[in-house]
Design a protein around this ligand. Structure first.
Ligand SMILES: Nc1ncnc2c1ncn2[C@@H]1O[C@H](COP(=O)(O)OP(=O)(O)OP(=O)(O)O)[C@@H](O)[C@H]1O
Ligand SMILES: [Mg+2]
Length: 370
């Protein structure tokens, strides 16, 4: 079991982790979630004795990692798949780790097989793809057949087969009674893999509960109700009846009603009482992603904005010769396609852009060539 008590980490003025207390129990996969910069990797580094807590402590099986006897046989971790000497082959990398911990060489070949890298075992790891590197990192974590495993975003870069494999691997390790602590930003994957969740935001604990409880606490179940297409009056009638009975009713893009606050049998009875036929009445559970977004929306540090591309528009420089003419963007047909004849001759932009197959309706706003 991993146990953190009042764990705090400051880097200068930045508090990366604050007063974090939680337990990660054996026999289950515990997901570790939080927005970018929330403090997940920092917490994992403190668990593994790679960073010293400013305050509080964290133990594995009752002892700090550094005091754990023969720790690599007790605890396996994948924190950074790139933390490998690129000049070494996959096999030699694992062999060097094995020798440090008194693990026999044949175990290296075993784990290479487990992660599917046996065919490239003698290739230098600097030529590995992102997913191959992740697999090598997972092999290193499994090397000592440890009881406690930590994985920081293990499915990053893995192909669908690899993602499924990691999911099954985590579940199997937990079913063998091991402690499995795994961070990820893939909510759909976490929903399928984890039994329990620890969610942090800005270094602080937001939730510590089962996946099922997390979803039901942070989202509302709803029913989808569809009346026959082409009978808007039926939909209006039902909507009024449902609202009158205290439901919240929203119309979905396809015309169906999203109803919260009433059980399905009651919705059915109200439709019957209003003499409205139904084409659909189905229960819906919110996804882990919806529940996660709802919970963490106030703790997101890095939010994207719409790309206005205003920084690409050259402003005329006042007092420096004649005002510059804005060069219209011309939709290109391929790499280095020449501009259409007559372009850049001072004609209005809309008149200049040659109508090509790829040209959008408004030539002043060409399509993103990507
Ligand atoms: N060595 C360091 N020195 C200074 N600041 C650091 C250091 N390591 C982490 N931080 C800061 O601590 C905060 C938490 O970082 P951390 O890497 O733990 O987040 P994370 O939850 O793993 O994020 P991500 O999902 O992006 O991997 C960030 O603001 C980061 O800039
Ligand atoms: Mg991280």
């Amino acid at each position: 079991m991993i146990e953190a008590v009042g764990l705090t980490k400051r880097y200068g003025a930045k508090t990366a982790v604050y007063n974090l207390s939680f337990q990660v129990r054996p026999g289950t996969v515990t997901g570790f979630l939080g927005p970018n910069g929330a403090g997940k990797s920092t917490t994992m580094r403190m668990i593994l004795g790679l960073d010293t807590p400013t305050e509080g402590k964290v133990t594995i099986g009752g002892l700090p990692f550094r005091q754990t006897p023969n720790a690599p046989r007790q605890v396996g971790a994948l924190l950074d798949a790139k933390a490998v000497h690129g000049g070494r082959s996959a096999r030699n990398h694992l062999l060097s780790l094995a020798q440090l911990s008194g693990i026999p060489a044949r175990r290296v070949d075993e784990v290479l097989g487990v992660v599917g890298l046996q065919d490239v075992a003698r290739k230098r790891s600097k030529g590995f793809s992102l997913g191959m590197g992740q697999r090598l990192g997972i092999a290193a974590a499994l090397l000592g057949d440890p009881q406690v495993l930590l994985f920081d975003e293990p499915v990053n870069g893995l192909d669908p087969e690899g993602i499924l494999w990691v999911r099954n691997l985590m579940k199997r390790l937990a079913s063998e009674g091991r402690t499995v602590f795994v961070s990820s930003h893939l909510m759909s994957e976490m929903a399928l893999t984890a039994d329990h969740l620890i969610v942090i935001g800005r270094g602080q604990l937001l939730a510590d509960m089962s996946v099922t409880d997390f979803i039901s606490t942070n989202s509302a179940d709803f029913a989808r109700v569809r009346t026959p297409d082409g009978e808007p009056q039926s939909r209006e009638k039902l909507s009024a009846a449902l609202s009158g009975a205290g439901a919240q009713v929203l119309t979905e893009p396809d015309g169906a009603l999203r109803v919260t606050g009433l059980p399905l049998p009651r919705i059915s009875d109200l439709a019957h009482g209003s003499d409205v036929r139904l084409w659909e009445l189905s229960p819906h559970r919110a996804s882990l992603e919806e529940a996660y977004m709802r919970m963490t929306q106030g703790a997101v540090d890095y939010r994207s904005t719409v790309d206005q591309k205003a920084g690409l528009t050259q402003q005329p420089q006042p007092g420096f010769g004649a005002p510059r003419q804005q060069i219209p963007e011309v939709p290109q047909q391929g790499f280095y396609a020449p501009p259409p004849p007559g372009s850049y001759a001072g004609a209005p932009a809309a008149a200049q852009a040659a109508p090509t197959a790829a040209a959008p309706a408004d030539p002043t706003k060409p399509e993103d060539p990507r």
